[in-house]
Write a protein that binds this ligand. Structure first.
Ligand SMILES: Cc1cc2nc3c(=O)[nH]c(=O)nc-3n(C[C@H](O)[C@H](O)[C@H](O)COP(=O)(O)O)c2cc1C
Length: 218
């Protein structure tokens, strides 16, 4: 199989969590299809858009991997999708929709849009792999990210076996739809106490020199 993979994140490729997820999916795909070939395009780099459009037009197996940005699909990806021309029904588009918050319910609104999108582009829908809890990959070391990222390899293999993500395996991967009351209370305490300190340290690591409460435009 030859799969065109589009990373829909506006974040540059080497810092993108989506890129790390894609790498693991491809690794898993190759365990099921030894002859698999892929082409990867990153929407964050506008210089790749023309070639990505050409690959979309010429090929029939497309995977678009998307981070949730403000409860929605990133605007830059929408801008790219707007430039695509309608196809003739011979192409399947599958999606990965991943986010920072862990409950799958956060991603359902975006999923509803993705169910409609292939039809608007004259393509068929190959399902969406939904998964939260991906926020910290770019901040953590390889040792800490190995377990969650390696789980995507099984989903890559599943993508080949099931011809996309419209499968019970993919649906089970999403994890909890909503956290139970115990977890919600625990997270409430963490976000009121330890998390702000963690965010402060992350911001400092990214070069932030002002308080996170700073309001420069007021
Ligand atoms: C501007 C921005 C908005 C975001 N909005 C959400 C959101 O609404 N819900 C959520 O669960 N995660 C949100 N996230 C977290 C990202 O979905 C998550 O970190 C993702 O793994 C980023 O992938 P990327 O590095 O490939 O862009 C947001 C991140 C950014 C930077």
């Amino acid at each position: 199989m030859h799969v065109i993979i589009i990373n829909g994140s506006p974040r540059v490729q080497n810092l993108s969590n989506t890129d790390k997820i894609i790498s693991r999916l491809v690794k898993g795909m190759k365990t099921e299809d030894k002859g698999l070939t892929t082409e990867l395009y990153s929407i964050s780099d506008r210089k790749q858009w023309e070639e990505a459009r050409g690959a979309f037009n010429k090929n029939t197996e497309i995977l678009i991997a998307i981070p949730l940005y403000v409860e929605c699909i990133p605007g830059l990806l929408l801008e790219f999708l707007d430039t695509l021309e309608k196809k003739n029904g011979d192409t399947r588009i599958s999606f990965v929709l991943q986010s920072g918050f862990a409950e799958a319910s956060q991603l359902r609104c975006g999923e509803e849009y993705l169910k409609k999108l292939p039809g608007l582009l004259g393509c068929t829908y190959g399902g969406t792999l939904i998964k939260g809890d991906n926020f910290s990959y770019r901040f953590l070391g390889e040792e800490q990210t190995e377990k969650p990222l390696s789980a995507y390899e099984a989903m890559g293999a599943s993508y080949i076996r099931n011809k996309g993500f419209d499968s019970d395996e993919a649906r089970a991967f999403s994890g909890p739809e909503y956290f139970g009351a115990g977890m919600r209370i625990f997270l409430g305490i963490i976000f009121a106490t330890a998390a702000p300190l963690g965010f402060k340290m992350m911001a400092k690591g990214l070069g932030c020199t002002k308080s996170l409460k700073d309001r420069p435009y007021l």
